[in-house]
Design a protein around this ligand. Structure first.
Ligand code: NAP
Ligand code: MG
Length: 509
């Protein structure tokens, strides 16, 4: 290990890639359209790199508008075909089978995720086991519980109230799913699970930087019994394949996770046929620590909330508000944890802090760090990138941040924590500072006083607030953003509802 400014960078260690993953990376990847692996009509390829070594991992096809057309046509045909006749119990069984196959390929998928995204192996394993397969099984168990209602009414024309009204839940139709690079496999599953449970068909477009796990998933889908054309996977660029999918007149709904900027483009593109849109976008999430908080939990909790996935996480707790009485203690504690991370390749055991996804992302984060210095925030630790191979940036903490600084308002999507103290117990005042960004995705409150904790949770303008933890995620907990963090909710019953449409039928006897 080479000691660099207080951070350990594990250098010159050879990573070992399993034969199965090597073979998959070497294979000739194509697009999954109508159940067949089909070459892109563009004949162009996208190179995929390991962000920790900058070495070429593989190449995937660059799907274009014509490929999206073919995939949408296959999904449209499948919507009313065999898939629509399959019983809801069998739909559930197919999703469970897919979850079984993901479990059976757990180590291969975890390894792919580390190589493609850069996350530490333990995190990849944890997220696939605790979120991926659980999510799929959770939504599988909904497939046969999509009940409508009967409604006792007397519409005009019904004599003596002799009528019957009932509602049916129908699949919303052909779904275009566009996902980001920060947790590629989980996002693919998060879109496919509820869409398939609802009886929809899907065209999935993974992020250009991390398409590999979705392609592997495509092979498992082929074995799951899910009919051809129900799931189509088109790798490609957002500006071409993603844009074509969001504009497509025969797509009924887009489910998107990504930046607020692209989310707005998707809304514009959806106008042509007024397709339904759900958006999970960016965040700049506050953590508020009161003087009575259990610091044994709050300090590691805050460090994890910010630096998890190197801060490339929409729920990351990146703005830390701490009462002045405990400000120094909390900051020193978080700094100590940040400096103890072992930075390096995710496949090397013991490394718990990986690279950022790309050179562009590294430059973007470094420019925000420079901006923080210029804006007058105090750099407590970090602030550098590692110059060797890989897109590594040190876990960075700014203290004495002012709410008006750009680093306090804009989403950095990197390992940068912005801390400030408060002196009072005026909850509305604290909330107005905590809420002072265009975002409203996640937040956390740390206090042992149940009144303060719940009042503060009510005042934070976010789709999700956690008390004495940050970003509690479970398939059954609805998740999504207020303000410019998005439209709609994913996970839970509400997440499923977004893939259904209600039909009311009335008969007058
Ligand atoms: P991004 O640039 O918005 O990309 C997301 C996806 O959209 C990618 O697949 C991208 O394709 C595609 N895309 C790009 N331009 C498009 C267009 N014009 N039309 C249709 N699709 C297009 O976001 P990112 O940089 O990958 O991810 C980081 C952002 O995602 C952050 O802001 C983060 O907060 C947000 N995020 C939100 C959540 C949430 O649940 N709220 C979760 C994770 C991430 P390419 O890969 O080819 O660019
Ligand atoms: Mg991009």
């Amino acid at each position: 290990y080479e000691l660099k400014k207080g951070f350990f960078m594990s250098n010159n260690q050879q990573i070992t890639i399993s034969d199965e993953v090597k073979e998959f990376l070497k294979s000739n990847h194509k697009l999954l359209i109508n159940g067949e692996w089909t070459p892109s009509s563009s004949n162009e390829k996208i190179e995929v790199f390991d962000p920790a070594t900058e070495q070429l991992l593989t190449e995937v096809d660059s799907g274009n508008a014509a490929d999206i057309d073919a995939a949408v046509a296959a999904a449209r045909k499948a919507l009313t075909g065999e898939w629509s006749k399959i019983t809801s119990h069998d739909r559930a069984r197919m999703l469970d089978r897919l979850a079984d196959d993901i479990e059976a390929n757990f180590s291969v998928l975890s390894e792919i995720e580390v190589l493609d995204n850069g996350m530490p192996l333990e995190l990849a394993q944890y997220s696939i086991a605790s979120h991926g397969t659980t999510l799929l099984r959770y939504f599988a168990s909904w497939a046969n519980k999509l009940h409508g209602q009967t409604i006792p009414v007397s519409p005009a024309g019904a004599i003596n109230g002799e009528s019957l009204t009932y509602t049916r839940k129908e699949p919303i139709g052909v779904v275009g799913a566009i996902i980001p690079w920060n947790s590629p496999l989980i996002f693919a599953i998060l879109k496919l699970g509820p869409a398939l449970a609802a009886g929809c068909t899907v065209v999935l477009m993974p992020a250009e930087l991390t398409p590999v796990s979705a392609l592997f998933l495509g092979h498992l889908i082929q074995k799951s019994g899910i009919p051809k054309g129900v799931v189509n996977i088109v790798t490609g660029y957002g500006e071409t394949a993603g844009q074509a999918l969001s504009e497509h007149p025969d797509v009924d709904k887009i489910t998107f996770t990504g930046s607020t900027e692209v989310g707005k483009k998707i809304v514009e593109a959806s106008i042509g046929n007024l397709k339904k849109v759900t958006l999970e976008l960016g965040g700049k999430n506050p953590m508020v620590i009161f003087p009575d908080a259990d610091l044994e939990k709050a300090i590691p909790g805050a460090a994890r909330a910010c630096f998890f996935l190197q801060g490339q996480n929409c729920m990351a707790g990146t703005r830390l508000f701490v009462h002045e009485d405990i400000y120094q203690v909390v900051l020193n504690g978080v700094k100590e944890i940040a400096e103890a991370f072992t930075v390096g390749h995710g496949l090397i055991s013991g490394n718990d802090f990986g690279p950022l996804i790309s050179k562009t992302q590294k430059e973007r984060v470094m420019s925000y760090i420079d901006l923080g210095r210029e804006e007058g925030a105090e750099l407590l630790t970090g602030g550098d990138s590692f110059s060797d191979q890989g897109h590594f940036v040190q876990p960075t903490i700014f203290s004495n941040v002012d709410g008006e600084m750009r680093i306090a308002k804009e989403e950095i999507f990197g390992p940068v924590l912005c801390a400030q103290s408060f002196t009072h117990q005026d909850l509305e005042q604290i909330a107005s500072e905590a809420n002072d960004t265009p975002y409203g995705l996640s937040g956390s409150v740390w206090s042992q006083d149940i009144s303060i904790a719940h009042k503060m949770a009510m005042l934070i303008d976010a789709g999700q607030v956690s008390i004495n933890c940050h970003a509690a995620v479970d398939p059954a907990i609805p998740f999504g953003g207020n303000k410019q963090s998005g439209w709609g909710r994913e996970f839970g019953a509400e997440g499923l509802e977004a893939y259904l449409k209600t039909k009311a039928t009335t008969v007058i006897f």
